[in-house]
Ligand binder design. Structure first.
Ligand code: ACO
Length: 326
């Protein structure tokens, strides 16, 4: 079986910065509360003329360049997102056209904040079996478009951005060693956007009722996240024949600094062994992990042979973890 790994990474975040101080003008909150409860100081907001596929495009061209391949060499594009440009065509098809990736198949993947890990697992299996050579996996979100900026429980958390990777064959010994994916649909009501689908089609009433914005039972999601981050990471390590002492760098979903700290405690890791950038970007759902990975690479924090663990959780409920030898 082919060893599959990451050939190149890329990221893109919009220029507009929304600070905690600006949020103080919008809702009853303050910088001290947001920083101490979440770790977030600012987040990026897409320009009015930017949609998810535009953010994905910039991250993807960076990843292709880093991988040293052209868009025509892509066999498949997977975009993990909960904020597609529209119902259909998929954001992956829109991206395929923007990139000129004429030979690539394309589809979107919906697993909320775990979407990027789900996408990596899907792409890795397809390359390992010989079906495809090069797959572009993107996490891209414009969460600002589904955020209620009058709800202080949620609007402080989310931001916009995109991260992308090109997957392909790597020398034996390197690449993805395991995946641990999971779901608990019974917890679906804890984190959702319920308007606009076939259950509750858009009407003037659904808009007035704010059904098109993110609803979140924050403390329930928090408890789930604390439990599942450690569980999923440990299970992925076990499947890879490793244990927590083997981790060189943890790349967690960037939802809340306290969730990350509890995962670090559970894995007995010092903070230096994890990539944390949520103070700059907030929670970017499916884009959080690939943006963090791309920044870790940019900052020279990832070296050949390093053992990386990526782990995330999100709406669904879903979770995913992976062990990767760089
Ligand atoms: N500013 C000031 N006060 C606030 C704010 C705010 N922005 N938001 C809530 N509060 C208040 C609450 O009203 C509450 O007041 P009360 O005690 O008078 O009722 C108090 O602060 C404490 O609220 P809690 O919800 O208990 O605060 P907690 O410490 O749990 O932090 C938070 C809330 C940050 C939302 C936390 O629960 C969290 O991070 N949850 C997980 C969120 C998450 O990771 N979501 C993943 C989404 S990923 C995806 O799939 C899109």
């Amino acid at each position: 079986q082919t060893s599959v790994g990451i050939l190149g990474t890329g990221k893109y975040v919009p220029e507009r910065i929304l600070t905690n101080h600006e949020l103080e003008q919008m809702v009853d909150t303050n910088d001290e509360w947001i920083v101490s409860r979440t770790g977030i100081r600012e987040r990026r907001i897409a320009a009015p003329d930017q949609a998810t596929s535009d953010l994905a495009f910039h991250a993807s061209t960076a990843a292709l360049q880093a991988a040293g391949i052209t868009a025509e060499e892509l066999d498949l594009i997977i975009v993990a997102t909960i904020t597609p440009d529209m119902y259909f065509p998929s954001t992956a098809c829109l991206l395929q056209d923007k990139l000129g990736a004429k030979k690539a198949a394309a589809f979107d993947l919906s697993a909320a904040c775990s979407g990027f890990i789900y996408g990596l697992a899907t792409a890795t299996s397809m390359i390992a079996t010989g079906m495809y050579r090069h797959v572009l996996v993107v996490g891209a979100e414009c969460l600002s478009r589904i955020t209620d900026y009058t709800d202080r429980n949620t609007c402080i958390l989310f931001g916009d951005g995109s991260g992308a990777v090109v997957l392909g064959a790597v020398p034996e010994g390197r690449g993805f060693k395991s995946f641990e994916l999971g779901a608990d649909g019974a917890g679906g009501d804890l984190l959702k956007v319920c308007g606009g689908g076939s259950r509750l089609p858009s009407t003037a009433q659904t808009i007035a009722d704010k059904q098109h914005f993110i609803y979140m039972a924050g403390s329930e999601v928090f408890k789930f996240a604390v439990r599942i981050m450690g569980n999923a990471a440990e299970e992925a390590l076990r499947k890879a024949g490793m244990d927590k002492g083997d981790i060189d760098l943890l790349i967690p979903h960037q939802a809340n600094i306290r969730i990350i700290q509890s995962a670090l405690n559970r894995l007995e890791l010092p903070e230096e062994k994890s990539m944390i950038n949520l103070h700059n970007y907030g929670n970017v759902s499916a884009a959080s992990i690939p943006i963090a990975l791309a920044e870790a690479v940019e900052q020279g924090r990832v070296h050949e042979g390093d053992r990386l663990v990526m782990v995330g959780f999100g709406g669904g409920l879903t979770w995913g973890a992976s062990v990767l030898v760089w």
